[in-house]
Design a protein around this ligand. Structure first.
Ligand SMILES: NC(=O)c1ccc[n+]([C@@H]2O[C@H](COP(=O)([O-])OP(=O)(O)OC[C@H]3O[C@@H](n4cnc5c(N)ncnc54)[C@H](OP(=O)(O)O)[C@@H]3O)[C@@H](O)[C@H]2O)c1
Length: 255
């Protein structure tokens, strides 16, 4: 991955931050986005550049306004001369998901639509802009983060779960059409991972205990559990792998 460039959305925390570090350790230059954690973003840039000898930059992005990805990519173009990998990872939480995160009878179109915008629309615009740049370097790898909440019932997760199912379908459509440009498109679907997003669940302790009980590995997932699949999907080893979802769930969706 030396001299290649990754662009990942939501690199300040949780899974996105783990991805930033995992790729930087492989010698990959990294661009990432943040929503409000500008100080954290600057600390990560300083740490990555000091310790891994790669170029690292961060840009502000609101995935509830997916078209603004185009402006962010213009900033990216001023800093980097190639794009090889794009990972759509950022996710909304808090007020933006009111009406989208909760039991079925409390779901409301506005909250559900916000999650669709942040999950599917943001993937589409981010991946379209990525593909234009990847085409110039002969191909690349695009990944959408997904979750097993689209496969198994997870309390309060209907809005996210249905939109993760939708983004996985969009991944397959993108894969079918971008393959001729040498661009592979896949999803990495995680079981419950201990991050801020999961801590926002009102029943976080209950979910955690249930994951540990269900997993044959008897533990909760951590962000680093998903980075290996991302690196694999971006590597030459995965050169005939496209339109797929890799599930990494500690065995929790089977039992
Ligand atoms: N946690 C899980 O159990 C789990 C399991 C499977 C898959 N996933 C998926 O993995 C991805 C990352 O999840 P996570 O748990 O690591 O999330 P997280 O810890 O909540 O981090 C969210 C990231 O998204 C950014 N963000 C928040 N609101 C945004 C907005 N409006 N516009 C742009 N960026 C925004 C945050 O930036 P700031 O720091 O600036 O706010 C942060 O970098 C998501 O797609 C999620 O669905 C999560």
């Amino acid at each position: 991955m030396k001299d290649k460039t990754l662009f990942v959305s939501g690199g300040t925390r949780g899974i996105g931050k783990a991805i930033v570090y995992a790729f930087a350790k492989e010698g990959c230059n990294v661009a990432f986005t943040y929503a409000s954690s500008v100080d954290t973003a600057n600390e990560i840039i300083a740490d990555i550049e000091a310790n891994y000898g790669v170029k690292c930059r961060a840009y502000k992005l609101d995935i509830l306004e997916p078209n603004t990805y185009k402006d962010v990519y213009k900033e990216f173009d001023e800093d980097f001369d190639r794009l090889d990998y794009f990972i759509s990872n950022a996710i909304i939480s808090g007020r933006a998901v009111v009406g989208g995160f909760g039991p079925f009878m409390r779901l409301k179109p506005r909250g559900l639509n916000n999650i669709y915008t942040a999950t599917v629309d943001a993937f589409v615009v981010g991946a379209q802009e990525a593909a234009k740049r990847m085409e110039k370097v002969g191909g690349g790898s695009i990944i959408s983060m997904s979750s097993t909440g689209n496969l198994v019932y997870t309390p309060n997760y209907a809005g996210h779960g249905t939109n993760k199912a939708a983004v996985e379908a969009m991944v397959r459509y993108a894969a079918a059409e971008l393959g001729e440009k040498g661009i592979r498109v896949n999803a990495v679907s995680g079981g419950p991972i201990d991050t801020d997003a999961l801590k926002a669940f009102p029943n976080y302790e209950e979910v955690k205990a249930e994951v540990v009980r269900r997993s044959p590995l008897s533990r909760m997932g951590v962000p680093e559990d998903l980075t290996g699949a991302c690196k694999f999907l971006c590597s030459h080893e995965a050169s005939w792998l496209t339109g797929q979802t890799i599930v990494i769930d500690g065995g929790t969706t089977f039992q």
